[in-house]
Design a protein around this ligand. Structure first.
Ligand code: ZN
Length: 278
């Protein structure tokens, strides 16, 4: 499942490949537009013949700025990713749910096996009315905030567990299990610590770990745990080789030579080093 770094990699590629181009035609095959638009035709009409000026991001939402102050919003869901054929030819059998062709410069496609990605066009000033976007908390890859602000956010839920807080989109946008585990390892903190037990020094360490881990993941092109986790051109992310704990149970900790453990947390597994994290 894509998390913040993978979506940021996609945003940068869209900005480089597609920004400034005018949409010629739109073909929707997936379900994900119906909730916001009256029909697929309504979505198509608001995107076709418009220029995409640039791409922003809020959490896992990629926001294409269109002329006329409209926003083309896409969120990847569990399996969505963009695809751009180098040769212009699209291989058969891909799970294409949306194709956008440009007047110059080919097309991009949204691939989505589970059909859980969302896509719609709204006026810029209506974006704040979309509940999933309005509710997003701070974005650790965007504007930096003082670590004390982050501490204040955590302390709104003093007895919750750190891993649950990192994965709560209303506090910190776009983190899932993998990056939460990696961030907690680099911060030297256990997943089940609570904000009310953290010193100021530990909060600062956690904030720094979050910003640095995510920046490093973007630099490495994100992760490619599944064969489908590739970028727009089919390249694999290289952050897999930087992983310290996620899915490494039973293996040796790179830092202390102890053994990485796995525990149940909120019906899923969490991975940590009992010696390095306390
Ligand atoms: Zn260790």
């Amino acid at each position: 499942m894509p998390e913040l770094p993978e979506v940021e990699v996609a945003r940068r590629q869209l900005e480089r490949e597609v920004a400034g181009r005018k949409v010629r035609s739109v073909d929707v095959q997936g379900k994900g537009v119906v909730a916001v638009h009256r029909s697929k035709a309504d979505f198509t009409k608001r995107l076709a013949d418009h220029k995409v000026k640039s791409f922003d991001r809020r959490g896992l939402w990629i926001l294409g700025k269109l002329d006329k102050d409209d926003i083309w919003a896409v969120s990847p869901g569990a399996t969505g990713r963009f695809f751009r054929a180098k040769s212009g030819k699209v291989p058969r059998g891909l799970p294409i749910k949306l194709s956008v062709s440009f007047t110059t410069g080919g097309s991009v496609h949204l691939l989505d096996t589970d059909d859980t990605a969302k896509k719609f066009v709204v006026a810029k000033d209506e974006l704040a009315d979309v509940p999933e976007i309005a509710a997003l908390g701070l974005d650790p890859l965007e504007t930096p905030v003082p670590w004390s602000t982050f501490g204040g956010v955590l302390r709104t839920q003093p007895r919750a567990k750190l891993k649950a807080l990192l994965q709560d989109d209303s506090l910190v946008a776009g983190l899932g299990s993998l990056y939460s585990d990696e961030i907690l390892f680099h911060a030297g903190l256990r997943y089940d610590r609570s904000p009310d037990s953290l010193s100021a020094h530990e909060i600062r360490r956690l904030y720094r770990s979050m910003v640095e881990t995510l920046a490093s993941a973007v630099k490495h092109g994100g992760v490619s745990f599944d064969t489908d986790d590739v970028d727009m051109f089919g390249n694999r992310g290289e952050f897999d080789t930087e992983i310290e704990v996620y899915q490494r149970q039973g293996e040796t900790c790179h830092r202390c030579r102890g053994t990485i453990e796995r525990a149940r947390f909120q019906k899923k597994y969490t991975f940590y080093c009992p010696a390095c994290q306390s």
